[in-house]
Design a protein around this ligand. Structure first.
Ligand code: PLP
Length: 360
């Protein structure tokens, strides 16, 4: 077996080799420090510069304006499903949600514990195979929530919904940093790090300053965004290793030429796979409608479950890991996040074509 195989896992997912190598080298001892990042105080100057540099690099990659705070929290994106409504739904306790998959539904479930939820659009009727283009927004919503990329179904927004003055909240867990976005259009962006940013255990949150005023005083301390903005993500012990790894990934992205360069490669990778699907004469059937296709998670089916099982088993034997679809929808899924090399996608396409030829 090769040292490293082609990794198409949905998350935790592939990380850049350069990042892993640097982390491995420094895990014994950070240069000039004599201890690893796992062993130093989070209040030390060394960690100060690690977290500071990670923030600076993310800020410059995404051109985050000064009226936004960057936070590294814990509890996964799933905790943000609750923190968002707890903090910014009051005082009217109403919000609009666009439902495009299982993760949006989970966000709705938590929001309903705080107040009224209006489903402004949903694609559930067609098995979440598309991004809606018609919305029934309410006129007194505290915010509009959407999921920019639907990891399980393989659909993705091309551009964010227009919500005027109503703050836009985005779960960007599976496509954060895959391209440049205009952060000014958002009130809050949150993402579990484990797909496109680093290891699991850290949640990255970007929140616009004015929204902090909405948090009720009686919120539990750890669930109040103000606790974390006031203490710069250091109210309690932060996930130090995760922050360190995110810093290395951000540095890698900058060295790659930034998010425009990354986006170009991401589009090329997705095109290779979608072309393979489209040119297979229906042998591979894409789940997503063409105009809603994700360039992060490519989902598809074969004619029978038996064939799908055969492909997954042969793929694994040939060094392709993680292409089994999510247990809720079955089929196949190749997650091709930023760190997935183009060569891995080229090899997968070749394998798929060979499989079709032998089993078509
Ligand atoms: C779009 C999206 N939102 C939320 C989550 C949940 O993230 P976490 O496991 O960090 O709570 C996931 C996890 O796969 C996801 O893909």
């Amino acid at each position: 077996m090769k040292d490293r195989i082609n990794n198409f896992n949905a998350g935790p997912a592939v990380l850049p080799e350069e990042v892993l190598k640097e982390a491995q080298e420094n895990l014994y001892s950070l240069p000039g420090v004599g201890m690893s990042v796992l062993e130093i105080s989070h209040r030390s100057k060394t960690f100060d510069s690690i977290i500071g540099e990670a923030k600076d690099n993310l800020k410059s990659l995404l051109s985050i304006p000064d009226n936004y705070h960057l936070l590294f929290l814990q509890g996964g994106a799933s905790t943000q499903f609750a923190m968002v409504p707890m903090n910014i739904m009051p005082p009217n306790n109403k919000a609009d949600y666009i439902v495009t998959g299982s993760w949006s539904k989970k966000a709705v479930k938590e929001a309903k514990r705080v107040g009224a939820v209006n489903i402004a659009a949903s694609s559930e009727e067609t098995s979440f195979d598309r991004i809606p283009n018609e919305f029934n927004f309410s006129n007194d919503a505290a915010y509009v929530h959407f999921t920019s990329n639907n990891t399980i179904y393989g659909t993705q927004w091309n551009s964010e919904p227009e919500t005027g003055d109503v703050p836009l909240v985005c779960d960007a867990s599976s496509d954060i940093l895959h391209k440049k976005i205009d952060v000014n259009k958002y009130g809050i962006i949150y993402a579990g790090a484990q797909k496109n940013m680093g290891p699991s255990g850290v949640t990255f949150v970007i929140i616009r300053d004015d929204l902090l005023k909405r948090s009720p005083d009686n919120l539990f301390t750890m669930l109040n965004y103000n606790t974390h903005t006031e203490k710069d993500s250091m109210f309690n012990t932060p996930p130090v290793f995760g922050v360190y790894m995110i810093g290395l990934v951000a540095k890698w992205l900058k060295n790659m030429g930034g998010l425009d360069a990354m986006y170009k490669v991401n589009k090329e990778k997705a095109e290779l796979l979608y072309n393979c699907i489209d040119e297979s004469n229906g042998y591979f059937k894409g789940h997503s409608q063409k105009d809603s296709r994700s360039i992060m998670n490519v989902t598809f089916n074969l004619a029978t479950e038996e064939l799908e099982k055969k492909l997954i088993a042969e793929a694994l034997a040939n060094g392709f890991s993680g292409i089994k679809g999510h247990r809720s929808i079955g089929g196949l899924r190749a997650s091709i996040y930023n760190a997935c090399p183009k060569t891995a996608v080229e090899e997968l396409v070749k394998f798929m074509k060979d499989f079709q030829q032998k089993n078509g």
